[in-house]
Design a protein around this ligand. Structure first.
Ligand code: NAI
Length: 279
């Protein structure tokens, strides 16, 4: 089918990672726009959308009180920081797990506790993965967890928690509520897995509200128009969404929210583009 394909657009972080890997191996068959990398996508959908809808999934599955809990968020990317900020706002103490020093430093300076997974495992009440990676929560972590600990994933698919590893530790497994599977350990501790380790906000809630997906889908629509027009002249690579599309979407979104902003005066625009004044 490749011969007839002019180009594509890709919505999510993991999809873009896969397409870039394919491009690096010379295997990408057509140009692709990375919708995920548009600011009007990941700064909003991933952060505020995943942040809110993951909390929604957690509440619908467990009806737990978040205030006072120790919530461990694995990954301080756009999804992870959204989740971390939302559960902190509801009164949780939040611990962040990272492997990237820059992201970890941001988390520290945003006021979150940052520590290795093995340390967090012993103190966390709820663990939420949002890394795009596999085996982030492993048996050696589960072995240190408290009775009643809750595990959930809001990132990639059901590989972020090592499910075979978790099952291997259990002497008994039962469904205690819809979307809540209890794994009883040999020492009597019970570990609760939400939504079979699948993406919690989609499996146990309704995904993101339309009022944040509008920007993602506007990127998809305008990106599809762009790639249909420009695709034949592009190389078989992953391209950023053109900045003017991002800015147009942000401006329209602001207008729908009834928010007006200032514009640069001609002199301000000249000043910001100059090097010889005020130097
Ligand atoms: P991101 O790349 O901004 O952040 C991922 C973070 O996880 C990075 O900072 C990385 O250093 C960290 N990380 C990777 N391996 C780790 C490990 N073993 N332990 C701790 N941290 C680790 O990605 P983003 O945009 O936050 O997306 C994360 C995942 O969520 C992706 O798989 C993406 O496709 C998915 N996603 C899910 C959504 C949903 O509705 N549930 C919505 C948007 C994205």
């Amino acid at each position: 089918m490749l011969a007839g394909v002019v180009g594509g657009t890709e919505e999510t972080t993991t999809g873009v990672i896969r397409l870039r890997a394919l491009e690096a191996q010379g295997g990408l068959g057509f140009p692709v726009l990375s919708v995920n990398d548009a600011d009007t996508k990941h700064l909003f959908d991933n952060r505020y959308g995943t942040g809110q809808s993951t909390v929604d999934g957690l509440l619908r599955a467990t009806n737990m009180l978040i205030a006072g809990k120790r919530v461990v968020v694995a990954g301080f990317g756009w999804c992870g920081r959204g989740i971390a900020s939302r559960v902190r706002g509801m009164g949780a103490s939040v611990i962040v797990l990272e492997v990237d020093p820059l992201r970890a430093l941001e988390a520290v300076m945003d006021g979150f506790l940052v520590m290795p997974a093995a340390e967090a495992a012993a103190v966390g009440d709820v663990f939420i993965t949002a890394t795009g990676d596999l085996d982030v929560i492993r048996p050696e972590h589960v072995a240190r967890m408290k009775d009643g600990a809750v595990l959930a994933n809001a990132g990639h698919f059901d590989v972020e928690v090592d499910l075979p590893g978790l099952a291997g530790l259990a002497v008994e497994v039962r469904e205690v509520r819809p979307s809540v599977r209890e794994f009883e350990m040999a020492d009597g501790r019970r570990i609760h897995l939400l939504a079979e380790g699948r993406v919690l906000n989609l499996a146990s809630a309704e995904g993101h509200p339309a009022s944040v997906m509008d920007m993602s889908f506007a990127n998809q629509a305008l990106g599809a128009e762009f790639i249909a027009r420009e695709g034949p002249g592009l190389e078989k690579r992953v391209y950023a969404v053109p900045r003017h599309i991002d800015e147009e979407i942000a401006a329209v979104k602001l207008a729908t929210l009834g928010v007006e902003i200032d514009a640069l005066t001609p002199d301000q625009a000249r000043y910001l583009a100059s090097w010889d004044r005020g130097t």
